[in-house]
Design a protein around this ligand. Structure first.
Ligand code: ADP
Ligand code: MG
Length: 332
């Protein structure tokens, strides 16, 4: 992008896009942004990159893409119990497409407004469509929800429902060359229009669980957001906490759309599909009643932290059910 048009593009689409916060001394337009951090908090910082063809489809709606680009970062803040404050945006564009930029920035702005997070800077370059967003939030050091805090006996919870985004992904892949997906896709194709729309919404417009993460600061011992699948992400908690986990398959929270699918399909999606951006967290026994009360309808207890290592899944009779397939790994 030539300098002149880069400058006006930033001014036109990004300068006034998001809420203007009091703790921002200087935002877009100088060499750096200047920001005030509250004295009694630490900064929680995380970056995510979405690459066309890897993280989203070429034909994806630009507004949804704006939403998702920020939602994945907000989800990381949620999983830390942090309150969103600022973000930066590194945008690589193959061309300047006004209507695409309009829609993309609108999706971004709608979500930014909802969580009072301000765009304070970025970088704009020409190349294959790539979106990097770094989010910044505040949290009290002692209250941050680390992956390493789970204790034997803690209850394991997840928010929302699992496997929806994974199901939508399978639907999009149908007819693709990945023959391993065909078995999964067959029952999915028979879902009605409304269910398919719901699943697509879950994939393209994930809801970051900021409020839940904030409320868990004093209640949970560990938390993670589910981006690579429950087994993979809970796997990070058990590994970093040096504990094990027992999951009850019958307790996995499922949407009404997923409940229409065969049990095996559903379990596989709920356990191993990523992109749901729900939270998985652990709660000591003395906080379970409180979590059940204040987060009723927002989360479900699905298991318990055990001594040892690894994750064991059991059916409603307590019988161990072997699982294969871990989460998504870019380099596997
Ligand atoms: P520099 O050459 O100093 O890196 P740039 O010309 O890249 O500056 O950017 C000028 C200003 O515009 C900077 O304040 C930068 O943070 C901001 N900026 C550039 N691209 C974006 C973007 N995509 N979104 C938000 N701010 C941006
Ligand atoms: Mg620059």
């Amino acid at each position: 992008v030539p300098p002149q048009s880069e400058f006006s593009l930033i001014q036109q689409y990004f300068q006034q896009l998001t809420p203007q916060r009091d703790d921002v001394v200087l935002a877009i337009g100088d060499d750096c942004a200047l920001l005030h951090c509250p004295a009694d908090h630490v900064l929680a910082v995380s970056i995510d990159t979405l690459v066309e063809g890897v993280h989203f489809f070429v034909d994806v709606d630009a507004k949804s893409l704006g939403h998702k680009s920020l939602a994945v970062g907000l989800s990381d803040l949620a999983a830390m119990g942090a309150t969103p404050a600022w973000f930066t945006l590194a945008l690589t564009l193959p061309e300047v497409n006004e209507s695409w930029l309009n829609d993309f920035s609108q999706g971004l702005a709608d979500l930014a407004n909802q969580y009072n997070i301000q765009l304070v800077g970025g970088d704009t370059t020409r190349g294959p469509l790539t979106i990097s967003i770094q989010v910044h939030g505040f949290v009290k050091d002692k209250q941050a929800l680390r992956r390493s805090g789970a204790q034997v006996g803690d209850a394991i919870y997840v928010t929302g429902t699992l496997g929806d985004a994974g199901a939508a992904l399978q639907l999009k892949n149908q007819g693709g060359i990945d023959s391993a997906n065909i078995k999964l896709a067959a029952p999915l194709i028979s879902l009605d229009h409304e269910d398919k729309n719901y699943l697509q919404q879950r994939l393209e417009m994930p809801t970051p669980r900021i409020e839940v993460g904030y409320q868990l600061q004093d209640l949970a011992t560990a938390a993670i957001d589910i981006s690579d699948g429950l087994l993979a992400d809970l796997g990070h908690i058990v590994q970093q906490s040096a504990v094990g986990a027992k999951l009850e398959l019958a307790q996995l929270p499922l949407s009404s759309a997923l409940k229409k699918l065969p049990q095996k399909t559903v379990e596989q999606l709920a356990l191993t599909a990523g992109d749901d951006y729900e939270l998985c967290f652990t709660v000591p026994a003395n906080n379970v009643a409180k979590v059940d009360k204040i987060l009723v309808d927002q989360c479900r207890k699905i298991g318990v932290i055990t001594a040892g290592s690894g994750i064991v899944c059991v059916d409603q009779h307590g019988k161990v059910i072997e699982q294969d397939g871990a989460g998504y790994d870019h380099f596997s």
